[in-house]
Ligand binder design. Structure first.
Ligand SMILES: [Zn+2]
Ligand SMILES: [Zn+2]
Length: 134
């Protein structure tokens, strides 16, 4: 069994691939829904306002945006940078152009399906599952 210290509260927990313990994961999940609601209710709020109002690090908001769990509306004026070219994007990691280029490259490189690692199935604390692949 792999036991680690939670990155958030420091308590020991059974490591399952997440850096934080189930209690903190649950709290973060709750926070996510409040932040999402807040952004829906205040579509023009800036990222720093959201961070301040929700008492959440901007880094965490960006993380959710990168994971495509949150996305900014066009009129929010909020954006994050494409990890390749730095162009402002509303959600995810790459802009459309870079995504397209990558897909082209990938489909040329891999003719068969990539191996399904345990990383590809994410189960969050509220039981929602996200399958990639399949
Ligand atoms: Zn914890
Ligand atoms: Zn790009």
């Amino acid at each position: 069994m792999d036991v680690r210290n939670c990155k958030n509260c420091g308590k020991l927990f059974n490591y399952t691939g997440e850096p934080i313990c189930p209690v903190c994961a649950k709290e973060l999940e709750d926070k996510f829904f409040s932040v999402r609601d807040y952004i829906y209710a205040n579509p023009t709020a800036s990222m720093s306002t959201v961070a301040e109002e929700m008492e959440i690090p901007i880094q965490q908001i960006k993380k959710w945006v990168r994971q495509e769990r949150l996305s900014f509306s066009k009129d929010s004026g909020m954006s994050i940078d494409c990890e390749v070219c730095g162009k402002p994007i509303l959600t995810g990691r790459y802009c459309k152009e870079c995504k397209m280029q990558m897909t082209n490259k990938l489909s040329g490189m891999y003719s068969h399906e990539e191996k399904h690692s345990s990383k590809q199935t994410k189960v969050s604390s509220n039981g929602k599952m996200r399958f990639l692949g399949n």
